[in-house]
Design a protein around this ligand. Sequence first.
Ligand SMILES: NC(=O)c1ccc[n+]([C@@H]2O[C@H](COP(=O)([O-])OP(=O)(O)OC[C@H]3O[C@@H](n4cnc5c(N)ncnc54)[C@H](OP(=O)(O)O)[C@@H]3O)[C@@H](O)[C@H]2O)c1
Length: 267
Amino acid sequence: MRQIFPVQGPDLEPAPNARPGPLPAAVVELARLYGNGAVADPAAANVRGWVRANMIASADGAVTLDGRSGGLSGPADRTVFVVLRSLADVVLVGAGTARTEHYRPVRATEIWPGLRPDWAAEPPIAVVSASLDLTGCERLLTAPPGSTQTIVITTRAAPADRKEAIGGAARILEAGADVVDISAALGMLAELGYLNVLVEGGPMLLGQLIQAGLLDELCLTTSPTLTAGSAGRIVAPAPGPAAAAGRLSLAHVLADDDFLLCRYLAE
Ligand SMILES: NC(=O)c1ccc[n+]([C@@H]2O[C@H](COP(=O)([O-])OP(=O)(O)OC[C@H]3O[C@@H](n4cnc5c(N)ncnc54)[C@H](OP(=O)(O)O)[C@@H]3O)[C@@H](O)[C@H]2O)c1
C-alpha cells in the first residue's frame, strides 16, 4: 500500500490480518493516518459522536457486485476495514446491509485490540431497523457470553412481539415514533459512551445521515472494477427535501493493487 497524497511516502509494508499481540508497524501507521475525529464534550447538551462512514464503490460507481459489496473488495480495503473497526466505539449499520451481508458481532480476533483505548472490548454492532426483521443476520442475537451485545435501534411503533423476542438478546433503543430519528439515535449512542461511530452503510442509512448533516467523514475505496450493472450508488436519496450538495476535503489517498482508498472530511 502506498500513500500518494498528501505526500508520496515509502510503501507501507503489507498489514497482516488482525491478531492479538504487538501491533505491526503498518497497522500503527494506518491507525495514525485514519486517526479518530474530534469528539464533543460528552457532558455537553445534544452531544453526538464523530460519524465516519466506510464504503466501497466500483470505478463506475456501483455499490454492489452481484448484490453484495464483497465482490468489489480487495486486501487493502479489508485491512482498512479492520483498522477502522478497531478504532470504533460502535459500528452502525442499516438493517438492509445487516441482512444482505449476514452481519454478526465483531469478534476479538477480527480487530486489533491494541488500537482500542485501554484495550476496550470489541465494538458492538448497532442495527437500525423499523421492521425488526433480522433474517440473515440472526447471529447478531447470539453473541457468545462475555462478548459485546448487539444494539438494535428502532421505533416506538415497531412490532411489540419482535421487540420482546429480540429484547433478551440485544439492547433495544427506541429513537422515533414510526421511523428512527438518526440524530436522536446518535445522541443515544453518545449518552452510552459511543462517540466514535463507524457507519458501514448502507446507502439508505448514509443518505439520511447526509441529509441531516451528520456525516463527518467518508472513507471511500474505489475498486478497479467496471460492473456495467444496475446497482445503486453508495448514497440513496432520503425522504424529504433534497440535501444541499456537500463539499468534502481530501485528507489522504492510499493506493494498492489498483485500488484507491480515500479519506474525506466533511467541510
Ligand atoms: N459498497 C458498500 O460499501 C456497501 C456498504 C453497505 C451496504 N452495501 C450494500 O447495500 C445494500 C443495502 O442497502 P440499503 O440501502 O437497502 O440498506 P441499509 O441502509 O443498510 O438498510 C436499509 C434498512 O435500514 C433500516 N432503516 C434505515 N433507516 C431507517 C430509519 N430512519 N428508520 C427505521 N429503519 C431504518 C430499514 O430496515 P427495516 O427494513 O428492517 O425496517 C431499511 O429497510 C446491500 O446490497 C449491501 O450489500 C454496500
